[in-house]
Write a protein that binds this ligand. Sequence first.
Ligand SMILES: *Cc1c(COP(=O)(O)O)cnc(C)c1O
Length: 406
Amino acid sequence: MSSPSPPTVDQSAQQTMDLERDYVLQNYARYPLVLARGKGCHVYDLEGHRYLDFIAGIGVNALGHAHPRIVAVIREQAGLLIHTSNLYYNQYQGPLAKRLAEISGLQRTFFANSGTEAMEGALKMVHAHGRAIHPEKYEIISLENAFHGRTLGALSITGQAKYREDFEPLIPGVKFIPVNDMAALEAAFNERTAGIVLEMIQGEGGINPLTHEFVAKARELADRYNALLVADEIQCGVGRPGTYFAYQRSHPVILPDVMAAAKPLACGIPLGVIVANEKAAAAIKPGMHGSTFGGGALACRVALEFLDILDELLPSIQRVGGYFHVVLNELARKHGFVNEVRGFGLMLGMELAIPGKQIVLDAMAEGLLINCTHETVLRFLPPYIATEKEVDQAVKVLAKLFAKVK
Ligand SMILES: *Cc1c(COP(=O)(O)O)cnc(C)c1O
């Protein structure tokens, strides 16, 4: 009998993957990489290999990994109070809601725990708003290729059939129109329209920015038909576009009635919010909505700390994002298979004429984490602390891989 080979670290990565295969619901197609820790813009696997993290937990790890100020407040608050439910007040919901009102231009926050859950709250607001006017006023306009989450409600307004089909029938009265199509927008509205939901820069849909013209028209029509304009800022908001929210990029700013945010908001601690103006907020009366976990002391305190840091980071997001856009464009010009570079701030996408999956895998082998959305769009969501140096490192890897594409 041969003696068993000594355990290697590699084997423990294999064990981790085996356990997940046997016991975890098989709904994800994961990359074969087990991450153990992170610091700044980098993460490390079990064997200590270092990766430049330009996907940042799909835009969640806004301050990278193990940011000293975030670690410090988590440590301190964990020792004081993590959760109390919403039966009582904690010291951090009020100040965070005030801060969100200041930076968003809206008024009232509801605290949830994820993006989908925030969207679900926004949808309930839209339905309640419509129903208070007329029982038949429940139609919602959404965009083709939109992504709003995985619960049945959020899924109903997600404009990609592949996510919806297996779960139909979903909520009725949803109309999908093409991005930036003014005529379709006009045609979609009527007296039964209760709301329209927009990602100012579509994320999962392939980094597709909406035009100012289109959003302005949506605002005008929403007002004309007394419908709520909902901005899904879960991926494109909270600093990533170089402004607090993507709807603030246009001049003059076009305010939504309701805004949903989540991903970067508490730097990896689950937290989602909807922030509404008084008109939209009035649709929800006591007892109509709630959450056990939402707005816990720990999550809210971390978000407050993050927003404090974000104030100082916005200029750097604009500068580094602008630089990244320029160097990606330079790279694009050298390769016929790159169609376009799109996005703002540190939310950028590179649309290829070929599938992006293999490039993502090859980049991982070269120590760069990115992903591909909508089959052909390489997506970059680096931490807000990324500098030109990290951008250069990422683009160097891409240049090397692009040179090998046949
Ligand atoms: C990620 C995302 C969601 C869903 O958020 P979860 O936290 O995954 O539930 C909704 N809308 C947009 C635009 C997103 O990018």
